[in-house]
Design a protein around this ligand. Structure first.
Ligand code: NI
Length: 227
């Protein structure tokens, strides 16, 4: 499932991120790339251990943990701390895969990357190019979202970022190990959860069928989840 999650950061939070990123010191994005990706990766990143990366990362973590759609879609077990990148004119990231396992720097913890996330921090009219293109069985999906919105997609997908030809593209990205490893099971749970929410909002009072459906949801989650 490729899912667009709106309203993750508000305008003030985006402005705060942008201000900190304008003044930060950036390094070559190849620092976190594997050897194959390094040959097609051309962008800048905030150093993982920088003050800005930690501080902005905390803002993003707090915002996403309060976002019901994000939680329902990702069912997060472990999440890699947010990283930040910048593409200036001429920069791009060719077709690549994200490593399946990532060690969280400075900790004994590893994250299995079930879901990749990009949180856009530039408005689409601030830059040309810079689209995230995700390939799956159904073809190539081009994503360019308003600042403060995120896309979740299976980390198993090949993907690339097209060259920026004008302006600068800022974004945050991270990976999630989900309680439900399988994308199709996760999608099924998400669709069921969204439908239950819609039905329960449409009814003026709690209907016994909503309770029964919620029970089905949790029994499926119990069957699929690893915690
Ligand atoms: Ni990637």
């Amino acid at each position: 499932m490729i899912l667009h999650v709106p309203n993750v950061l508000n305008e003030q939070q985006v402005a705060h991120c942008r201000d900190a990123m304008q003044h930060a010191t950036w390094v070559d994005g190849r620092v976190t790339a594997g050897y194959q990706s390094a040959s097609v990766k051309d962008n800048c990143q905030l150093p993982e251990d920088s003050k800005e990366a930690h501080e902005l990362g905390d803002t993003i973590v707090a915002a996403r943990e309060r976002h019901p759609m994000f939680i329902s879609a990702a069912l997060p077990l472990r999440v890699f701390p947010p990283l930040f990148n910048r593409y200036d004119p001429g920069m791009s990231f060719g077709s690549h895969l994200d490593n399946s396992i990532r060690q969280i720097t400075g900790t004994p913890y590893r994250v299995r990357t079930d879901i990749s996330v990009t949180l856009f921090l530039s408005q689409p009219d601030e830059y040309d190019g810079g689209e995230l293109v995700i390939d799956d069985l159904y073809g190539a999906h081009t994503v360019k979202l308003p600042a403060g919105e995120m896309v979740l997609y299976p980390a198993s997908s090949l993907h690339h970022v097209t060259a920026v030809t004008r302006g600068t593209r800022f974004a945050s990205f991270f990976w999630i190990q989900s309680m439900v490893r399988d994308d199709s099971q996760r999608t099924q749970l998400f669709e069921l959860d969204m439908a239950i929410n819609q039905v329960s909002q449409a009814l003026s009072q709690l209907h016994p069928a909503v309770v029964a459906l919620t029970n089905c949801y949790h029994n499926l989650l119990r069957r699929y989840a690893e915690v």
